[in-house]
Ligand binder design. Structure first.
Ligand SMILES: C[S@@+](CC[C@H](N)C(=O)[O-])C[C@H]1O[C@@H](n2cnc3c(N)ncnc32)[C@H](O)[C@@H]1O
Length: 287
């Protein structure tokens, strides 16, 4: 069987099974499983796929049709052009979170240039997507990843090794700031922010496969932001920046929480879908 024929078979099964974007999903599944660049499916479609690859693709397609998300099946997801491995305790990093990295990058570069160091604290690090991307983009920055989930921390450490930044990255198991000591030029978090009664309405691919600790933001979705706003000032170096991802309807509420803790909002950005997605805060400089 050729790659073209394999791709056509998977695409047809996805279409019949009601998978949204069947052609794209089939391409990602086959290229991901066979570790092929997407272009190789176009230029090498006449090549034989190989029996093992065909069997693996058929097994993977059956899992996809049973509702498992594509990247859970592959075991990794791309974020900011790099591959992050997943585990049961990690959220799949999402493209929306790349906005937070984009907004922070100039600050990380600027702080490093002026001060000769930039320490990043990533609260709720999961796969390490945010912190490890910043470290990979800015050689010289250092990072500490925090999570309550030990499995997530193991995955973040393994991702740091794969990305070649493990000499600048450490992890600590902690309930937000509880076990964290010292100050950081950047404090960043994409915390769980879904209101508890909304969780039941989420797509099953999210609700059943992303860990609950990565989703559940408490009664009103704001529990984590309360802890972050309360603890951030004590761990922020002079002139430092706090960056958070937010839910589409949380900009005012999260800004109020940080304002009440003495912070000023410096930047608010939207994602590619036009929804409010990130906020950056700093402390006013004493006169
Ligand atoms: C929405 S996920 C974000 C994961 C990753 N930073 C990303 O952007 O893809 C939230 C993360 O916060 C962690 N978390 C939840 N409650 C926590 C707590 N009390 N203290 C530290 N981390 C927590 C979860 O385990 C999860 O990894």
């Amino acid at each position: 069987m050729t790659l073209d024929a394999l791709l056509a078979e998977i695409r047809a099964r996805f279409q019949a099974g009601g998978i949204e974007g069947p052609a794209r999903e089939a391409r990602l599944l086959v290229s991901g499983l066979l570790d092929l660049a997407p272009a190789a499916l176009i230029t090498g479609g006449a090549e034989p796929a190989g029996t093992e690859a065909v069997d693996a693709a058929r097994r993977a397609a059956a899992r996809r049709l049973a509702g498992e998300p594509l990247h859970r099946i592959l075991g990794w997801r791309e974020f900011f052009g790099r591959r992050f491995h997943l585990s049961a305790g990690t959220l799949e990093p999402r493209p929306d979170t790349e906005v937070l990295v984009d907004r922070l990058l100039p600050h990380v570069r600027g702080i490093l240039a002026v001060r000769g160091r930039c320490r990043i604290l990533d609260l709720g690090t999961g796969t390490g997507a945010i912190c490890l991307t910043l470290l990979a983009e800015v050689p010289g920055a250092t990072g500490l990843g925090v999570d309550v989930c030990a499995d997530a921390l193991r995955t973040a450490v393994a991702n740091a090794q794969r990305l070649g930044v493990s000499d600048r990255f450490a992890v600590i198991e902690s309930d937000w700031f509880r076990a964290v000591a010292g100050t950081f030029e950047i404090v960043v978090s994409n915390p769980p922010y879904i209101a508890r009664d909304v969780i039941a309405t989420l797509d099953p691919g999210v609700r059943l496969h992303d860990p609950m600790a990565a989703l559940d933001g408490g009664e009103d979705g704001l529990d984590a932001y309360r802890s972050l706003a309360r603890g951030a000032a004590a761990h922020l170096a002079d002139g430092g920046i706090v960056g958070v991802e937010i839910g589409f309807d949380q900009k005012d509420a999260v800004t109020r929480l940080f304002s009440a803790a003495g912070f000023v909002c410096r930047d608010a950005a939207r994602d590619l879908g036009g929804q409010d997605r990130t906020l950056l805060f700093s402390l006013p400089r004493p006169d």
